[in-house]
Each structure stands twice: as structure tokens, then as C-alpha cells.
Design a protein around this ligand. Structure first.
Ligand SMILES: [Zn+2]
Length: 266
């Protein structure tokens, strides 16, 4: 199983793409979030991921930088189905509020010729917290991250080889969330900026973490590998080294600070 980070930035970045990623197993992919727009199609093209190979999609929440790209995924799938180039159904799973939003956006922006595939090949499925489903041979379980801003899911996934992968979503880890992240093999955490740069980027005002905070959480959970993303884009040239060094002050496991389009073997 491989993970390709299609984007690694926060909502307002212009030098990289918004945070979203794809799992790959064999020739199939599974997408998580889609960033803020048409750029998702460019990121998929640059990563060499064909829309035909995508088994399905999960959306964590309804903020602009995660859900608006999903309109383009729906449009792409509908165009493939219209041409007869995709026979397999495509299912997008998310919480009820995000499902309502995406359905509304699609209904208001796509042509009738494409909308005929909504509910007829393309499914936008609302799932409750704790819902479990299969994707690429992973056993995935969605959990409510207990955000105060908007309803939001993280998820844990049991990989085919038995490793446990946990995506905390877009906010700091909340111990009251049923994340089941203790002892996980892979922990994906947002890190808005360095703790050292907190006066410059104001992460706490936006309810975000720093690399140091993410390292502390990963250490307390006993995670083995930590992936940091959803960052500012003003320090990209030094991000990999400096974020990893700061997280390392608190975390004894392996730390990954991927660039856009980087692939990690899970
Ligand atoms: Zn975000």
C-alpha cells in the first residue's frame, strides 16, 4: 500500500495544493479529500493517477479547501460514464452535512447530461460517526474528530498487511474523539506552522497545531510514524528539515514532512 500526497498545504496556500491524498494498492486508488478546486485534476495528472483507477472517495469535511475539488471529481467521473469509459460505480462517503453540500453544489453547477449519473453510477453517501467500510482492501472506520468549527470526520484504517493508519483530519487531536489512535503505525496530523513561528502564523487562533504540538501528540499516543501536512506555504524551501527537526524534539518515531506529489510506502 502506498500513499501519495496530492497536496500538503492549508486552505489559503498558493505555492502548493490544499491537503488531500490518495492510497494506491495494485492498480487501484482511493482518494481522501480533493482540495479546493480544479487543481485536483492537475495534481492527479502529475501523480499519474487515472480517474478510471479510482475506486472511491472519502471527504473529511465541508470546508472549501477539502470539498470544492470534489465537484471536479464528480464531473470527471460523470464525463467518463457518459463516454462509456467507466463502468464501475463511484461512491463518495462523508458525513451528512458534507453530503448535502456536495449534492447541492453538483446540482447547481453540472449540466443535466452529467447529473443523470448522480445516484446512477455516482453515489454521495452520508455515513454516521463510527461507520465502517472497505476500501482497497482496507477496513476503514470514520470517527467524529469533535471539532467546534464544523462537523468533521477523521478515520482509522486497518491496512491489508495489518498496520493501522489514522488520519486525524484538519484539527488538533481531541482525546474525546473515538480515534483509536493509540499505538497506531501511521498518524497523519495537521501542523499549521512551526511552534517557533507561532507569532508569525497564529496557528492557535485558527484552532491548528504546530509541528511540535503534533510531535507531542504522536509521542503520547505511541504512534510509530508521523506524517505532517496542512501547513503554511511561506517556508516550503526549509519545511521538510525544520518541521521534522521540531517534531523530533517531542517524538521518538519516524517523521515525514512530504512535499506535494510525494509517495510514502505504508
Ligand atoms: Zn483544511
Amino acid at each position: 500500500m502506498e500513499l501519495t500526497l496530492l497536496g500538503t498545504g492549508n486552505a489559503m496556500v498558493t505555492r502548493c495544493y490544499n491537503t488531500c491524498f490518495a492510497f494506491r494498492e495494485g492498480a487501484s486508488h482511493y482518494l481522501v479529500d480533493a482540495g479546493g478546486g480544479n487543481g485536483i485534476l492537475r495534481q492527479l495528472a502529475l501523480a499519474g493517477i487515472q480517474a478510471e483507477s479510482m475506486e472511491g472517495m472519502f471527504i473529511t469535511h465541508g470546508h472549501t479547501d477539502h470539498i470544492l475539488g470534489a465537484i471536479w471529481i464528480v464531473r470527471k467521473m460523470a464525463e467518463l460514464m457518459k463516454k462509456g469509459a467507466r463502468k464501475n460505480p463511484f461512491e463518495i462517503r462523508c458525513h451528512a452535512a458534507a453530503a448535502e453540500m456536495l449534492t447541492c453544489f453538483c446540482n447547481m453547477t453540472l449540466t443535466p447530461g452529467l447529473l443523470q449519473f448522480m445516484g446512477n453510477g455516482i453515489a454521495i453517501t452520508a455515513i454516521p460517526p463510527g461507520a465502517e467500510f472497505q476500501a482497497l482492501g482496507m477496513e476503514v472506520r470514520a470517527f467524529d474528530i469533535r471539532s467546534t468549527k464544523a462537523e468533521q470526520f477523521g478515520f482509522s484504517a486497518l491496512l491489508p498487511g495489518g498496520k493501522r493508519f489514522v488520519c486525524l483530519g484538519d484539527e488538533p487531536y481531541n482525546p474525546e474523539a473515538d480515534a483509536r489512535a493509540e499505538g497506531c503505525d501511521w498518524l497523519l496530523s495537521e501542523a499549521f506552522c512551526l511552534y517557533a513561528d507561532r507569532a508569525r502564523f497564529h496557528p492557535y487562533e485558527k484552532h491548528h497545531s504546530t509541528a511540535l504540538d503534533a510531535g507531542r501528540v504522536a509521542e503520547s499516543l505511541g504512534a510509530k510514524n508521523l506524517v505532517l501536512y496542512h501547513t503554511e506555504d511561506e517556508t516550503l524551501a526549509t519545511r521538510k528539515a525544520r518541521y521534522a527537526a521540531e517534531a523530533k524534539e517531542a517524538f521518538s518515531g519516524r517523521i515525514f514532512v512530504p512535499d506535494d506529489l510525494e509517495t510514502i510506502v505504508l
